[in-house]
Design a protein around this ligand. Structure first.
Ligand code: FAD
Length: 405
């Protein structure tokens, strides 16, 4: 007899939302994190329209809107050639009051953990998992250290690896890691950036293409400023992301906006495990969610949205599996099936759109969006590789190819 139905390792958005979904289905859930909460997580702090729709359908949006955040309605895109356009963010859920939100992760993740505890999830922070317990190839629990030294272990029917981009669960269960399918991202907080108007800003300096630089306004009068760049570009060009960000901010286009800016704290770096190709994310007695499963959109670098979607699908499959007789690889197979069915096309499109991000294509798309405001939302989806219809992918890519010529 196991101590729990489900043990979730990691309390970022993927882990807390999996725990909430599973607990609501009547499962007995333990949620663990190595850090003492509230804790910082290096991130751009942006929640997409789709992430907001997911949180709304979980009934969590009203709680999110009670904590400090910045609502954002628009994105301004700046090409390398001085072209720019401001477009509204398309709202995916009409009943949600906001299209996009910037919410610092120290606040968001603490809120989600608090909500998990209210849903009867047993939550233990400051508990580092050092080993997945495995017998006959079947995961059946975890072992770790609590509060900086005391050894602990618990058993469960299923272990959920929600432990981020360097997932111990994924490594120990020998899941393929695809180190080449990664991006690097860096971010810092700056006070007194001039010209911040409450919009998200996306800049495409030539040096970092097909990556980009973002400005995300937070509620503290500080701006989250960062850069994302695919790992193959980092390797091929030997570019140092922190220095590339500093160079971009000192460029003739941006330097006046940083004339009085003060950097708050260090510039922090993180790895983004991008979600193409589709990979193995489950086995006997375990599944992976969020960054542990490598679900970041390659084009937008948005990872929170797919983390929350994977949590919903995981919750549904766990409820069915844990109430059954067996929780082996075959019993958990519905999880990757439904996940890749739902997000696979947008990840594939994200990867293909990234390859088309040339200075010329970006400039053309930005000018096209300013001339055709009725198409601006759609073109914005192209620029960031976000939610777009996947059925007409090939027509759509021919259209983009036209712009890249
Ligand atoms: C610089 C940067 C900017 C980004 N900007 C954005 C953005 O603006 N919008 C967006 O949507 N995405 C963004 N992302 C991606 C986003 O941060 C991740 O995709 C998202 O956090 C994934 O959530 P997660 O719950 O899977 O993992 P995480 O948020 O990484 O959570 C994993 C948790 O597991 C815990 N953990 C790890 N190992 C163990 C262990 N052994 N034992 C116990 N606990 C453990 C960690 O402490 C952590 O709390 C950005 C990423 C970076 C690096």
């Amino acid at each position: 007899m196991s101590d729990y139905d489900v043990i979730v390792v990691g309390a970022g958005p993927a882990g807390t939302c999996t725990a909430i979904h599973a607990a609501r289905q009547g499962l007995h859930v333990l949620l663990l994190d190595q850090k003492k909460f509230p804790r910082e997580k290096t991130c751009g702090d942006a929640l997409s329209s789709l992430a907001i729709a997911e949180l709304n359908s979980l009934g969590l949006l009203p709680r999110l809107l009670e904590i400090p955040h910045t609502p954002v309605q628009k994105i301004t895109y700046h090409g390398a050639d001085t072209s720019s356009v401001t477009v509204p963010i398309l709202k995916i859920d009409d009943t949600a009051s906001e299209a996009g939100i910037i919410c610092r992760r120290i606040l968001l993740d603490a809120l989600l953990m608090e909500i998990a505890a209210e849903e009867e999830v047993e939550v233990v922070d400051w508990c580092r998992i050092t080993e997945v317990l495995v017998k006959g190839g079947q995961a059946y629990g975890v072992k770790g250290e609590r509060g900086g030294g005391r050894g602990v272990s618990w058993t469960a029917k299923v272990v959920v690896g929600a432990d981020g981009s360097d997932s111990l669960v994924a490594r120990q269960m020998n899941m393929p890691r695809y180190p080449e399918y990664r991006a690097l991202a860096v971010r810092g907080y700056f006070r007194q950036v001039l010209g911040i108007r409450g919009n998200i800003e996306v800049h495409f300096p030539e040096e970092v293409l097909p990556g980009y630089v973002w400005f995300h306004p937070t509620e503290t009068s500080q701006t989250n400023v960062g850069l994302t760049i695919p790992m193959d570009v980092v390797k091929d060009t030997n570019i140092k992301p922190k220095q590339a960000l500093k160079r971009a901010l000192a460029s003739p286009e941006l330097k006046e906006r940083f004339a009085f800016a003060e950097q708050m704290g260090e510039i922090e770096a993180g790895v983004l495990p991008v979600g193409n190709p589709i990979r193995e994310i489950h086995g006997n007695g375990f599944i992976l969610v969020g960054d542990a499963a490598g679900l970041v959109n390659p084009c937008s670098s948005d990872g929170t949205t797919n983390a929350i979607i994977s949590a919903r699908i995981a919750g549904e499959v766990l409820a069915k599996t844990c109430k059954g007789e067996s929780w082996d690889e075959a019993a958990l197979r519905e999880y990757p099936y439904y996940l890749w069915k739902e997000i696979g096309p947008s990840l594939e499109m994200g990867g293909r759109l990234l390859g088309l991000r040339t200075p010329k294509a970006i400039g053309s798309l930005i000018r096209s969006a300013s001339r055709r405001p009725h198409n601006a939302g759609w073109i914005s989806g192209v620029l960031l590789g976000s939610a777009l219809p996947s059925t007409d992918l090939d027509d759509f890519l021919s259209y983009i190819n036209f712009f890249s010529k």
